[in-house]
Design a protein around this ligand. Sequence first.
Ligand SMILES: *[C@@H]1O[C@H](CO)[C@@H](O)[C@H](O)[C@H]1NC(C)=O
Ligand SMILES: *[C@@H]1O[C@H](CO)[C@@H](O)[C@H](O)[C@H]1NC(C)=O
Length: 212
Amino acid sequence: MKASTLFTFAAAAGLASAQSLSTDCTNSLKGLLTSPDAACLNPSALLSFFVGNAKSVPDTVNNWLTGLCSTGFCSNETLATIVTNITTGCASDFNVAGGVPETVTQIVQEVYPTARSIACLKDVPTNQLCVSETLTSLETLVGKLSFSDLNVATAFGDFQKIVVGAQNLACTGCTKAAFRLASQLSLVTEFPQAQQQAALQIDAICGANFIG
Ligand SMILES: *[C@@H]1O[C@H](CO)[C@@H](O)[C@H](O)[C@H]1NC(C)=O
Ligand SMILES: *[C@@H]1O[C@H](CO)[C@@H](O)[C@H](O)[C@H]1NC(C)=O
């Protein structure tokens, strides 16, 4: 399912500790934090993460998305500038010495509107952002999340608790709405079998026809 891939990617990008990135890459990311080009991604709200403040993960993400969702969409030109900036600065980190293929920009441009829509989904009864609500529910399962102590080792331990608590976490109107949005991506519609498989897996956790 593409939505979860996106979230995983976003989480992985967030978890990669700033120290493990090259200087060029860190400089590119720092430049973007204050660049007018990237304002549509509201990166300055993530500043506390970069300077290592121990703010709660749900609060930081909620601030970031609240700002991002009240800002307009990034234009394709802006996205291309951002992708070029990051992929140039972080080429050695991504192991793409030969340069980043042109298609990366195109994929980002195609996925971005859907990813933004999913990131900005609100749970109607509570009027909270779905992502923030999910992170808060996650905290009730695995304990307080913080940027500094999230690591692969605890993530594996937490994974078991998440699987056990998955119904509460996964079987929400937010998941349904995110799945519907992700299903419209051309990257997803090109793989109808994978899409159907993902729907069956969600139905297995949440009950038959949860997605349908
Ligand atoms: C990336 O953006 C930063 C800040 O705007 C700028 O200083 C830097 O030169 C850019 N790098 C590239 C490769 O475009
Ligand atoms: C942005 O680019 C993508 C692919 O590169 C294209 O599918 C989309 O229609 C473009 N959006 C706009 C508003 O031009």
